[in-house]
Design a protein around this ligand. Structure first.
Ligand code: PRX
Length: 669
């Protein structure tokens, strides 16, 4: 037997060095829910010593159950059931619970619409808890009237308007399972998702505003519903399309299938008692990229998800009743689900929703909104922060920003330079920053500072949240020493964890539960520093993070190859100052096709149509051949180096045809 120590995995490098530390101010800590590092450490230790006791206590305190659970956790990896035997309802916990309190007439959602043109103010709307409750009851009755029953899947394809939250909450009220599709996705993506979850209904709008233009959401749905494979429609499960009037854009309404939101709510009662749902009743499916071409439908269920998002919102954002909390994510992403809608509303907070882009009509749009609504907590993405840096400090400097007390980031590693800028220019050195690590699959925040307790360092999400047991391990699943790169896993189950991939239990096991027996594998590389802080290095599979959006290289490749001119494609990431990573596609064309500037544009648009504009490659490089191993596996490591303009390093002996490399390096011209 060899006694040689196994080398750390070669794929994971961690080169970031950062020594600056920022302790929370005494003033902040004094009023925070968790006031010191020692208090956090004590509670954390308790939470992992006896997790079931910890979660049981939290569930009793935070969630209203109609029927108490019998068992906190039933666990046989990879299948978890939390609060077994209990019955609850998410919309009732987010709405009805507050109606008997002082919060009934408090703003639940403050909404700011995109201005129609420069110089024009954005529209605004405020919904109190009582008003939001009424709207949700009305729309829940509309769902029922249109044939939606408990367990049916409903696709939501809306802009960032309050009706997106209303539709989500209405589904949860009656036990329908929503699947929100980001408004930037194409007709094909909508159709694929409908097909995968066999949705019965689509909720959309006549259009959504984006940078002064109108996104034709209804038209995209019409096109999605026409897509056929052979002679068979792939969306035949759809029986009804409900259309919200938003942009006054002209749309076609198909008789017998399409109805208007406003017509429907005028015909139903505003009373709709919440359904008593099993703790493990499916709550929603959210599609996310995987390392094969097909997106994965991540399934979350009722009680555990609610508890995870409620608890993390409260402690990570230190939510108080007088906060105006703004998470800038779109509801089409998990951040929008957990931290625009469910987490804040479960806490009775005021959550701000903004419809538009950060730079329309001007690059000061976010700061205008902060001052206008006196936002106290702001949660955004590193890619947005890098864009603000590029546009210049003169924009935020025109505003007071003195209402802000806490800042947050999510979605990708934040580079220390961006962290420092956020801290100095937006937080004026006064606001703690919570860099929160988590995933679509985890449902809620997993690794994060607690703002009144944890000293922060730019670039690290710091320490685990209560009840969460992350660990950095080697290829054999053994914990690696501090300051060594490895794979990030989570040892113990937690309430808001995914319950599966819709319709694909095999892929669920293979993707998340096969790396280390009985443990959840995150797909991220990581290292812990000598303080135990977790530094995420990035994904170690073939998923890229472009402007905070997770994009599987395989998805973009299959979109490219679906074009008639393309023979083969390989997509890799290249570091990008603003987006974090940019997409570079290496493409070989078919015999008669001509590699040209026009074709580059055509292919970019093709990917935009197949997946959505977020997935359009930043660069398309034509080449005669791709570097492959003898077994035919594309050597992405080499392509990454070429895409980044670096010299080829490392082993090339497995390359089938070495001359390919020289040709590839010239492929930029
Ligand atoms: O690689 C990690 C990165 O984003 C991935 C999850 O993406 P998604 O499921 O789209 O969810 C994004 C919003 C929760 C992770 O596997 N990531 C997310 N947050 C951070 C991060 N990387 C470093 N630091 C973070 N704070």
């Amino acid at each position: 037997m060899s006694t040689k120590k196994p080398a750390p995995p070669k794929t994971i490098e961690s080169v970031l060095k950062e020594d600056r530390t920022f302790a929370p101010s005494a003033e902040f800590s004094k009023d925070a829910h968790i006031k010191s590092l020692s208090q956090y450490r004590r509670l954390y230790r308790e939470s992992i010593k006896d997790p079931q006791r910890f979660w049981a206590r939290q569930a009793e305190k935070e969630i209203v159950f109609y029927k108490p659970w019998k068992k906190v956790l039933q666990w046989k990896a990879p299948n978890a059931k939390w609060f077994v035997g209990g019955q609850t309802n998410v919309s009732a916990n987010c709405l009805d619970c507050h109606l008997e309190t002082d919060r009934a007439n408090k703003a639940a959602i403050i909404w700011e619409g995109e201005p129609a043109a420069p110089g024009k103010p954005g529209e605004e709307r405020t919904l109190t808890y009582r008003q939001l409750h009424r709207e949700v009851c009305l729309f829940a009755n509309v769902l029922k009237k249109n044939g939606i029953k408990k367990g049916d899947r409903v696709l939501i394809y809306l802009p960032m308007v309050p009706e997106a939250a209303i539709a989500m909450l209405a589904c949860t009220r009656i036990g329908a399972v929503h699947s929100v599709v980001f408004g930037g996705f194409s007709a094909q993506s909508v159709a694929d998702r409908i097909q995968d979850c066999a949705a019965k209904m689509v909720i959309t709008s006549d259009g959504g505003f984006r940078r002064g233009g109108v996104v034709p959401l209804k038209e995209n749905v019409d096109n999605a519903l026409k897509i056929k494979v052979g002679r068979k429609s792939i969306t035949q499960s759809i029986q009804r399309v409900i259309v919200l009037r938003r942009s006054e854009n002209k749309v076609k309404m198909k008789r017998g299938r399409d109805v208007w939101w406003h017509d429907e709510i005028s015909q139903v009662s505003d009373q709709c008692p919440p359904a008593k749902l099993d703790s493990e009743h499916p709550l929603f499916i959210l599609y996310t990229s995987g390392s094969t071409g097909k997106p994965k439908g991540i399934l979350h269920t009722t009680a555990g998800y609610l508890l995870g998002t409620k608890l993390s919102s409260k402690y990570v954002f230190d939510l108080k009743d007088d906060d105006v909390y703004w998470c800038t994510a779109d509801v089409g992403w998990i951040t929008g689900h957990s931290y625009v809608v469910y987490g804040p509303l479960a806490n009775g907070a005021t959550t701000l929703m903004y419809e538009g882009a950060p730079n329309w009509p001007g690059p000061d749009r976010f700061w205008q909104i902060v001052d206008k609504y006196q936002v106290t907590i702001m949660y955004t993405a590193p890619t947005a922060i890098r864009a603000f840096m590029k546009w210049g400090e003169s924009w935020p400097k025109q505003y007071r920003l003195d209402s802000l007390r806490l800042l947050g980031t999510v979605g990708e590693p934040i580079n220390p330079e961006a962290w420092m800028w956020y801290h100095r220019v937006i937080g004026k050195g006064r606001c703690p920053i919570v860099d929160t690590w988590w995933q679509t699959e985890t449902g809620g925040i997993m690794i994060t500072p607690l703002p009144g307790a944890t000293p922060t360092k730019p670039g690290t999400a710091t320490l685990p949240f209560f009840g969460i047991t992350p660990e950095v391990v080697d290829d054999q699943g053994r914990a690696v020493p501090k300051n060594t790169g490895g794979k990030l896993i989570v040892r113990q189950p937690w309430p808001s964890m995914l319950r599966g991939i819709w319709g694909d239990p095999k892929r669920f096991v293979e993707t998340y539960w096969s790396e280390v027996k009985g443990c959840y594998f995150t797909g991220d590389g990581c290292r812990q520093d000598s303080d135990g802080y977790f530094w995420i290095v990035g994904r170690i599979d073939d998923v890229l993070n472009v402007s905070g959006h997770r994009i599987g290289t395989a998805e973009v490749e299959s979109a490219l190859v679906s074009h008639k001119a393309v023979a083969e494609a390989a997509v890799v990431g290249r570091p990008d100052e603003i987006k974090g990573q940019a997409l570079v596609a290496f493409v070989t064309v078919k015999g008669s096709a001509k590699a040209s500037g026009d074709l580059q544009q055509i292919l970019r648009n093709h990917v935009g149509k197949e997946i959505g504009p977020v997935a359009k490659p930043d660069q398309i490089r034509f080449t005669d051949a791709l570097p492959k191993t003898r077994s035919g596996k594309i050597m992405r490591r080499l392509l990454k180096q070429i895409a980044a303009g670096k010299a080829i390093q490392g082993d090339t002996t497995t390359l089938e045809d070495i001359s390919v490399l020289a040709k590839l390096s010239r492929s930029e011209e």
